[in-house]
Design a protein around this ligand. Structure first.
Ligand code: G6P
Length: 599
């Protein structure tokens, strides 16, 4: 989703802004722009398309020195991608960049029209700029607080006033914004990677607070305009981890980081055989577990359900957050609502969390980004230690989520299984880094198979139980980066309609990691094979698929308990190589955003 960067200091403002925007590209965008605040005026440069285009235009323009600036990558919501709709937007005395959605912009637009003020773009953001402009009579604090009283919806705003060229102002509601603190220079940003090159110190701007930033000072104010003292945080992500490190794409770099990040994630909550120390109350679940999430995090939940129900016999319902929040769900105080989110900012997941909290139900966040809204608002948080994930298509964060859910299942099953079984399963989990490396060694084989499937128009992933969960994630991974239409199907359900789509040459990926169901899945594969499907099997080395597999990827020796985690590496590489072979922008797939902060 949209990204914001702001800078004030002695460096070339335009360079810092453009570098920052490049680091925010991964969030997904369709246009980019900057505003530079100089002695005389605020100049704006913006265009539809890539940040690179903006950079070229700014270089050609030979811009005048500036004291402060704000920049933005836009992911269109109101109005198509175009130069006019790109941010920054301006009034006579004010320029803003905005992340989020102003829900009452039509009403505000009507009010402005009555005063003869009309926007030139289709955006909700320009309405916010014009409103602020109306309210500004020389006192930025008064104008900003008056404006946010009128704004409904979500926003992170970076603001410049023409008569205050040295100062950036920032406010936010339901959309993240951090304030970076440097030496003689300061920043605003939607996300930590944008400022890591310059500083690791930052403040989290909270709802309803305003920040006033000059190169030497950062002042915070609450809603009553009273000065605030805030705690400074230090990011433990190094800059290197937010760079490609020799890999052609972030996605494949992140796939290769999985041995380390899974170990780090598990290590936090399993020390010396002691699982989740001091967190006993979270696992005292008398009712059901609701796992609520979006996208891949939802698929991690599907995988978690399989393992938790199997091992701990606690009922688990997995819900799509955008549905759950409007379903008037029947929650009870003895239930546990688990929100899974890499970013910790996904609007629908956050709304689901707030809904559960409002009903007095215990909540748990499984989150990757420390300090994110879901991490702060959930009653308890377990962190995945995936580090910064830049590729829009998640790999390492998903894998850490599933690994953590497996560890949680073990904790929940602790009282039912023998200490020996517990130890054995723990060892299996901790063998994941080695097993993942084994699959990574198969990359050239997987790439060769991907080359054979790259021109497919449709592709099916089928599996049962935990393999259906992995099929869902594998299918999503493929379609989001390769743009090949793909569907995941519960293998036994295929014959109730969808099998009519199978014709000679239709590619089907059969996921078979759960030994207890392999015979059943094999039956379903034979049904599609008999109708001409080309079948790629992903399974254990001891499974005989010679009757129906046209292509085969074997997992390293591993138990069913962890096999879906090991198998995910293979389908990630499969999707990656198909997307590369098709010449796609793997890290920044069209129409997608990394952090979806609007509903
Ligand atoms: C976006 C991303 C997906 C992600 C989903 C949920 O759609 O493109 O990869 O799974 O959001 O994001 P979250 O940050 O809540 O895990």
């Amino acid at each position: 989703m949209c990204g914001i960067i702001g800078y004030t200091g002695d460096r070339d403002t335009e360079k810092v802004l453009i570098e920052g925007l490049k680091k925010l590209e991964y969030r997904g965008y369709d246009s980019a722009g900057i505003a530079l605040s100089g002695e005389e005026e605020i100049s704006i440069y913006k265009n539809e398309g890539k940040v690179q285009l903006l950079e070229d235009r700014v270089k050609e323009a030979n811009v005048a020195p500036s004291f402060a600036g704000i920049g933005h990558t836009r992911w269109a919501t109101h109005g198509k991608p175009s130069q006019l709709n790109s941010h920054p937007h301006r009034g006579k005395k004010v320029v803003i960049v905005h992340n989020g959605i102003i829900e009452n912009y039509q009403e505000l637009k009507g009010e402005l029209a009555q005063k003869g003020i009309r926007p030139i773009s289709d955006t909700d953001t320009e309405i916010a700029a014009l409103l602020l402009d109306q309210l500004y009579e020389g006192d930025p604090h008064a104008a900003i607080f008056a404006a946010i009283k009128r704004l409904e919806g979500s926003y992170a705003l970076g603001i410049l006033f023409t008569d205050r060229p040295h100062t950036i102002y920032a406010v936010r509601k339901d959309s993240p914004l951090i304030i970076g603190k440097g030496q003689g220079e300061n920043f605003i940003a939607s996300d930590i990677p944008a400022i890591l090159e310059y500083t690791h110190d930052y403040f989290l701007l909270e709802e309803g607070e305003m920040a006033e930033i000059t190169k030497d000072n950062i002042n915070f104010y609450d809603e009553k305009k009273r000065p605030l003292e805030k705690e400074m945080l230090t990011a433990d992500w190094d800059e290197q981890s937010a760079m490609k490190g020799g890999f052609p794409h972030f996605m494949v770099k992140e796939i290769n980081e999985q041995p380390q990040v899974v170990r780090a994630t598990l290590g936090q909550y399993a020390r010396g055989g002691n699982l989740f120390p001091n967190q006993e109350s979270v696992f005292d679940i008398k009712g059901s577990i609701y796992i609520v999430a979006c996208g891949s995090a939802y698929h991690a939940g599907l995988s978690g359900k399989q393992i938790i129900e199997k091992m701990a016999r606690i009922p688990v319902q997995v819900e799509i957050a955008s549905e759950f929040r409007y379903n008037n769900p029947i929650l009870r105080k003895e239930d546990l609502v688990v929100i899974i989110s890499q970013s910790g900012e996904t609007a629908d997941s956050l709304a689901a969390l707030r809904l559960a909290k409002a009903q007095g139900v215990p909540t748990l966040g499984i989150v990757n980004v420390r300090g994110s809204t879901i991490a702060r608002e959930a009653a308890t948080v377990f962190y995945t230690a995936a580090g910064p994930e830049i590729s829009v298509a998640t790999t390492k964060a998903y894998l850490c989520q599933v690994a953590l859910l497996n560890l949680m299942a073990l904790k929940m099953a602790e009282k039912y299984i023998s200490p020996e079984e517990l130890q054995e399963k723990l060892q299996q989990l901790f063998s994941l880094p080695t097993l993942i490396k084994e699959v990574l060694k198969k990359e050239s084989q997987i790439k060769a198979i991907a080359a054979k499937f790259k021109d497919a128009e449709h592709l099916f992933f089928i599996g049962r139980g935990q393999d259906y969960a992995l099929s869902c994630e594998s299918s999503l991974k493929l379609k989001e980066i390769s743009y090949v239409h793909s569907e995941a199907y519960a293998a036994g359900e295929l014959k109730h309609g969808t099998i009519s789509l199978i014709e000679p040459g239709t590619p089907v990926v059969a996921v078979m990691t759960d030994r207890s169901r392999i015979a059943k899945t094999a039956g379903n594969i034979k049904e599609v094979h008999a109708r001409g499907a080309i079948v790629l099997c992903l399974t254990h080395p001891d499974v005989d698929c010679s009757d129906f597999a046209d292509e085969l990827i074997t997992l390293p020796e591993c138990s069913d308990f962890i096999a879906p985690i090991v198998g995910a590496i293979a389908t990630q590489l499969f999707a990656y190589h198909i997307a590369v072979a098709r010449g796609n922008d793997v890290d920044k797939p069209r129409n997608l955003a990394k952090s979806v902060t609007v509903e």
